[in-house]
Design a protein around this ligand. Sequence first.
Ligand code: ADP
Ligand code: MG
Length: 250
Amino acid sequence: MSALLEVSGVTKSFEGFKAIDNLSFSVGEPELRAIIGPNGAGKTTFMDLVTGKTRPDSGSIRYGELSRDLTRMSEARIARAGIGRKFQKPTVFEDQTVAENLAMALAAPRAPFTVLTRRPPMGERTAEIADRVGLAARLDDRAAILSHGQKQWLEIGMLLAQEPRLLLVDEPAAGMTAAERERTTAMLKEAAKTRAVVVIEHDMEFVRRLDCRVTVLHEGRALAEGSLDHVCADSRVIDVYLGRPEAAGA
Ligand code: ADP
Ligand code: MG
């Protein structure tokens, strides 16, 4: 496992308040990583910085074997370089079917070489992705009639259609049923076999099931890192996070 993303000494202030404070963080390829931490810790801002939505005040964010500095790339170029992001709210095309949503994502290739390679027909590819995200039986249904959790899966499928090297997922379990949460962990674990996947999540049961390395963010810094058991035994983590209501099921 080599580092795919290397965040070094990144700081980002909003009107003098340091949302991210000299943060260093790296993730391998492949790797599944969970980020936990109290509200306002800077978790979403971290994803904004990696995807180019927000620019750091200082520090570097290097990516890939060429160690390209993402802080100098546009959001569109970062996406084309293979970084996909799932926001908290699902953003699928409600009036289109599951198959149509996936076909759109498949037809918008991020890599310039995809037109040159022979690929299976669109129908097969949409069916294959739908299967990966538990929607094989829903291909012809309009996205509007899916449950909240299924919409989240559809969006994950649309991101997987782009074959990202690094997938960032912000609080996928919120609003899901227990059964949906369980399937989501399986989906993310599977996706992380061949790429880097970084998941922000408050649901401790969910994080435990991910069974991966955990980074605890607090006041814009990495407070602790290691197995879930390791970070949960850290008294600082208990003080700032696990003893608080947002750490569901801790
Ligand atoms: P988390 O996702 O861990 O709950 P955020 O990254 O959303 O935390 O926010 C970290 C801090 O930065 C919060 O105090 C938030 O109010 C602040 N913040 C985030 N984005 C902005 C912004 N665009 N403008 C001003 N403050 C922001
Ligand atoms: Mg957030």
